[in-house]
Structure formats: C-alpha cells, structure tokens
Design a protein around this ligand. Sequence first.
Ligand SMILES: NC(=O)c1ccc[n+]([C@@H]2O[C@H](COP(=O)([O-])OP(=O)(O)OC[C@H]3O[C@@H](n4cnc5c(N)ncnc54)[C@H](OP(=O)(O)O)[C@@H]3O)[C@@H](O)[C@H]2O)c1
Length: 237
Amino acid sequence: MSNIEGKVIAITGASSGIGEAAAKVLAAAGAHIVIGARRIERLERLAGDIGARGGMVRLRKLDVTDRSEVEAFAAFARSEFGRLDVIVNNAGVMPLSPLEALKVDVNIKGVLYGIAAALPIMKAQGSGQIINLSSIGGHSVSPTAAVYCATKFAVRAISDGLRQETDRIRVTVISPGTTTSELADTITDPTARDAMKAFRAITISPDSIANSILYAVSQPDDVDVSEIIIRPTASPH
Ligand SMILES: NC(=O)c1ccc[n+]([C@@H]2O[C@H](COP(=O)([O-])OP(=O)(O)OC[C@H]3O[C@@H](n4cnc5c(N)ncnc54)[C@H](OP(=O)(O)O)[C@@H]3O)[C@@H](O)[C@H]2O)c1
C-alpha cells in the first residue's frame, strides 16, 4: 500500500474493538505501530499477535485522561521509532445515560491531549496526520445519547478547526456507524441499555473501520481525507 510502509503510527485505545483492528491492519500494511490503553495484558497479547506476523509494534500503558501520560505516549513513539507520522485518537467510552452523568473526559480530553502531544512533534518534522474517531452520533442525536453525541460533535468541530490551523498536517475524522466492539458493554442505565440494544442490532466488523483508516493514511501527502462516514449497509441509522 502506497504512503504507509514504515510510517510510525500511534493508536490510543488499542486494547479492543476498532483500535485493535486498526493496529493489526496498519501493521500488516508495513507501518510501525505504537499501541496504548489501560489494559496492558490485552496490549501484550495484541503485540504478540502482530509480532508473530512479522509486524513492528511497541506498547505502553496509557490513560488518555492524564495529559502527561498522553505526552509520554507520543514521546515514546518517537523515541522507539525515530518519528511520529500518525496519531489515531481512538480511545473512547459510551456510558449512555440520561443527561446528568456527563462522562465526557475520555472522548473530548483524550482527543485534545492526543492532538497537543502529537502536534509539536509533527510540526518539527514538517508533516504528520491526526486521525480522530467521531461517530454517526457526531451527526445526529438520539435519546439517552445526548452527552455521547455531544462529545462526538465536539470531535468533528475540534478536527475541522485543527485542519484549518495547519497546512502541513493532515486531519481526518472517522465516523463509524454501529460496529462490533465492547463499546456498549459499560452501559448500566436500563433505559439506555435497551435503546442501544435495538440501535446496535446490525453491526459491521471493526476491520471495516480499520480499512477506512488505512485508506486515509495511504493517500498522497497533498490529499487530506477530511472525513469518512462508514456504516452497515442494512442499518437505518
Ligand atoms: N463501536 C461502535 O459502534 C462505534 C461507533 C462510532 C464510534 N465509535 C468510536 O470508536 C472508538 C473505539 O471504540 P470501540 O467501538 O472500538 O470500543 P471498545 O471496544 O470499547 O474500545 C475502546 C478502547 O478505548 C480504550 N479506552 C477507554 N478509556 C480509556 C482511557 N481512559 N485511556 C486509554 N484508553 C481508553 C479502551 O481500552 P482500555 O479500557 O484498556 O483503556 C479500548 O481499547 C471510540 O472513540 C468510539 O466512540 C465506535
């Protein structure tokens, strides 16, 4: 795949779902991968899988709500592989509930910290790409999902602002529809859980989302794939 071999790509939230699939797909295409998340044993297993297939991978424990950890994660990628070409700000949670819970830390701060950590490195290099995970929930709102959707609207706003502020760094938003992962597992509110069960009845594989990330990375440097919306063909949402 063009423009991907040897690129250094850091992925937050790589211990399951879309982040894990992206790590495998990008490593198979010849990128050097740095994976981060809180569940270190999952990262170790993933790194073992990628390494066994001949891929280049490093891992580091990461909580994206801690700015210093995100800075250390980006610095680790550069020190391990000499540069940082792409950061995929993928870590996210969906603890759906009526409005009052307000768990926005991971989805917004995690993305902002990821941008803040990667930008100085990429500016010094004169190139780079920042990929942020939004959602179809960043395009429309449904009951019990207002806070989650607000975080994903915010990711699109942050990304578009960043794109306009930089002329050498590519900025991409990936907006998946319902995708098989652990994302809905943390919903405890019964109304939200039932609503999500119906909403998520049809899903696509995280590999499909990983392939859209691969597409955005592999375009020529003067091409900014600004947003990809990717959803199940049969899904009404
Ligand atoms: N699946 C979908 O239907 C769907 C649709 C639209 C958008 N998305 C977005 O896609 C992204 C990935 O989600 P997914 O579907 O792959 O869900 P997932 O399987 O639950 O994966 C979420 C990842 O985020 C990590 N994470 C959560 N909190 C973190 C923190 N504080 N610090 C570091 N990592 C953290 C988790 O790792 P640890 O728990 O090990 O830290 C995990 O690796 C999210 O931004 C999500 O909003 C998903």
